[in-house]
Design a protein around this ligand. Structure first.
Ligand SMILES: [Zn+2]
Length: 163
């Protein structure tokens, strides 16, 4: 008799809940790399003792770059940002809590929202991805043209095993 596992049971089995997010990001990174995109893992790093501040607060998890035509137009390309979310992630603003305990910092939820809104205002594309299916649907809609013979710029050349 097949045993149906609840999401919670699955997470307990897998152990660290972050693993689920990692599984998804590995799948998406692999998918995009196979299609000629270059992934860049982004992070906000703060080490006050070393006066080290790197990255932007709320920055998306990954930046992906796709160079359209390396031979004819070096540097011309597409840029896609992805923030990976666990399906069950329903975190809400914690600014009030933080303000009560520490200095007037913003919470992660607000940092991410502010970063995303600013980037979109510049004209950037930022996706929040919870499932591979959600990602694949968006990819087909916005970038499917890269890999169709009639509209490909160099998409066909970037496919693995392409001859
Ligand atoms: Zn907040």
């Amino acid at each position: 008799m097949p045993v149906q596992m609840t999401q919670r049971q699955y997470e307990q089995l897998v152990g660290d809940q972050a693993l689920l997010e990692t599984d998804l990001s590995l799948q998406v990174v692999g998918f995009l790399q196979a299609r000629g995109w270059h992934p860049y893992r982004m992070a906000r790093i703060v080490v006050p003792a070393l006066q080290l501040f790197s990255g932007e607060p709320g920055v998306a998890d990954y930046q992906f770059r796709y160079y359209l035509h390396p031979e004819a137009a070096a540097g011309a390309g597409l840029l896609l940002w992805i923030e990976f979310k666990r399906e069950s992630d329903r975190r809400t603003c914690q600014c009030l809590k933080i303000a009560r305990s520490k200095s007037g910092r913003r919470c992660t939820v607000c940092d991410q929202k502010n970063w995303r809104e600013r980037e979109e205002k510049y004209g950037g594309r930022v996706w929040q991805i919870r499932t591979f299916q959600e990602f694949a649907t968006l990819y087909q809609k916005y970038y499917g043209w890269l890999h169709k013979p009639e509209t490909a710029v160099r998409g066909q050349l970037a496919l693995p095993n392409a001859k």
